[in-house]
Design a protein around this ligand. Structure first.
Ligand code: KIV
Ligand code: ZN
Length: 561
């Protein structure tokens, strides 16, 4: 009988842990809605205890996204589990995913716990989670570097305590397929009760083997794969959803398996995640890369023209890659734009729609043909716009041979205006410096990339910028037919991500504490001054703690993350 493989998507949790990615609530819900259209079985929406914004985002997904199981991650601490439950309690089908490390190195150096203690932590976490939900997943972190016999024991206890899914993570992407398959088979053969639970695998891609390892595991009896769109995740990422699903789909002759994924939504999911995370997809990426269905050599083109299957093992339509038709022009009104956006799955609020309409009109004035990709780029840029943060209201720049490049910008935030001008080594440099001056942010440019959204010289520019702000990497993205404006938008977007992550707030608090302390010192005697310092430090840390606490976390008082 054809075996059903469950697809557990972790784009919004493990995927979001990739350096520089920081999605806001709106973006996370948007991605979760696309994952629901993709018909994944489980959406791991996040790690609620990690921050108030993460908590709110998971809660919003649980409340609004229908179809898949909604999962929240929690360490084995009861406080984590409480927060996870508070976040997903409104989901149609909630799932708590709890984990603890089981390898000697992790237990000894990171957790500083004995195997016996770890066993108890696993047991307690699963049993405690089961008080809230019927479905609990337990992961033995770093399973592939753990002692197999100890793993059997941990999974046995987890199942006894009520786990309904046991997950085998290759946390550091160290395993090779045969070895990983043997580990999973060993678990299936040696853990009592395993026949009543789902065996899941979670493979990282450090050696480029995440998909191969996941497939090896389902061949020996695992029935759930944890994966992420575009293979996003810690370090080299996770098993790529589109690849593993398309292998199962395309090679039915080699493996009698199936997933519930609607593959025609794959391409849209990939683009959405790429545009919102700022992580571009490499052109030669399997399934979703720009060249995945492009045939360059004459022999290949000839073959495909005569009979598609000569060089194509799957069709672009199967993954939702359809030629974008042109449907809107400069005479189209607001209503037409709104209708088309909604057809594409984008629901903008009134302000967002108004801004999108203005940009659409500007584009229509410059470009004869407006494609689906153009409209999508404008919509995504609006979704990326963080309303409560800095908005780019105006920018102007000029340069020329022999002239010094100069730029002026005007931004607004919560009704206040921020203006500045600056010169630079080029127009992009000048506009970015002007933004820094206006916002008073200190940032170092780490990477800059520009791509064309469509073909042709009038194509919109899609700029991705990576900044180092206060020692943290943040990625911003912006689109516009004018590359300087796209750069300015990307730069403001990256700054907004830093604001959203609280990076600038932390710095402000530290500065305030330092100032208060030194003022106290100069005014009073040594003894009094030291008292003031402590007080200032306390005030700063109190405020910081307050900022960290999830704000609307339900009625029960919870420990801070
Ligand atoms: O890689 C890992 O081990 C994880 C666990 C939380 C499952 O992401
Ligand atoms: Zn992981």
């Amino acid at each position: 009988m054809t075996q059903r493989i469950y697809i557990f998507d972790t784009t919004l949790r493990d995927g979001e842990q990739a350096p520089g990615i920081s999605l806001n609530q709106r973006e996370k819900v948007e991605i979760a809605e696309q994952l629901a259209r993709l018909e994944v079985d489980i959406i791991e929406a996040g790690f609620p205890v990690s921050s108030p914004s993460e908590f709110e985002a998971v809660k919003a997904i649980a409340k609004n996204v229908k179809g898949p199981v909604i999962c929240a991650l929690a360490r084995t601490e009861r406080n984590d589990i409480d927060w996870a439950w508070e976040a997903i309690m409104f989901a149609e089908r909630p799932l708590i995913h709890t984990f603890v490390s089981t390898s000697e190195s992790h237990m000894k150096h990171q957790l500083k716990k004995t195997p016996k203690q770890v066993l108890e932590m696993a047991r307690d976490a699963v049993a405690y989670s089961r008080k809230y939900v019927e479905n609990v997943e337990f992961s033995a972190m770093d399973a592939t570097r753990s002692d197999a016999k100890f793993l059997y024991q941990v999974y046995t206890e987890a199942i006894k305590a009520g786990a309904t899914i046991i997950n085998v993570p290759d946390t550091v992407g160290y395993a090779v397929p045969d070895e990983f398959a043997a580990l999973v088979k060993g678990i299936i053969d040696n853990v009592p009760g395993v026949e009543d639970v789902v065996v899941s695998v979670h493979c990282h891609n450090d050696l480029g083997l995440a998909v191969a390892n996941s497939l090896a595991a389902i061949n020996v009896g695992a029935s759930q794969i944890e994966c992420a769109i575009n293979g996003l995740g810690e370090r080299a990422g996770n098993c790529s959803l589109e690849e593993v699903v398309m292998v199962i789909n395309t090679r039915k002759d080699a493996m009698d398996m199936t997933t519930g994924v609607n593959t025609r939504e794959i391409y849209q999911a990939s683009r959405l995640v790429s545009m919102l995370t700022g992580y571009s997809v490499q052109p030669n990426k399997a399934v979703v890369g720009d060249n995945a269905f492009a045939h360059e050599s004459g022999i290949h083109q000839d073959g495909v023209l005569k009979q598609r299957q000569t060089y194509e093992i799957m069709s672009p339509e199967d993954v939702g890659l359809v030629e974008s038709e042109i449907y809107l022009g400069k005479h189209s009104g607001r209503h037409a734009l709104k209708t088309k956006l909604e057809e594409m799955g984008f629901y903008l609020d009134d302000k967002g729609l108004e801004r999108a309409f203005i940009r659409f009109k500007e584009l229509a004035g410059k470009k004869k043909e407006i494609s689906v990709k153009d409209i999508e780029a404008i919509a995504l840029d609006e979704i990326r716009t963080l309303e409560e943060l800095f908005l780019l209201d105006y920018m102007q720049s000029s340069s020329g041979s022999g002239a010094i490049p100069i730029a002026a910008v005007k931004l607004s935030r919560e009704g206040k205006s921020y203006e500045a001008t600056s010169t630079g080594d080029g127009q992009v440099d000048a506009v970015c410096k002007a933004i820094l001056k206006a916002t008073k942010v200190k940032a170092k440019l780490k990477a800059y990339q520009v791509q064309a959204i469509t073909r042709g010289l009038d194509a919109m520019g899609d700029v991705t910028i990576k900044l180092d702000i206060e020692g943290h990497e943040v990625v911003g993205r912006g689109v516009s037919p004018d590359i300087i404006e796209a750069s300015a938008r990307a730069y403001v977007n990256a700054i907004n991500r830093a604001v959203q992550k609280g990076l600038l707030e932390k710095k402000k608090l530290a500065r305030k504490a330092k100032k208060t302390a030194s003022r106290g010192k100069s005014k009073a005697k040594k003894k009094t001054a030291s008292k003031t310092t402590t007080k200032a430090k306390k005030t700063a840390s109190k405020t910081a703690t307050k900022a960290k606490k999830p704000s609307k976390g339900g009625s029960k008082a919870r420990k801070k993350p």
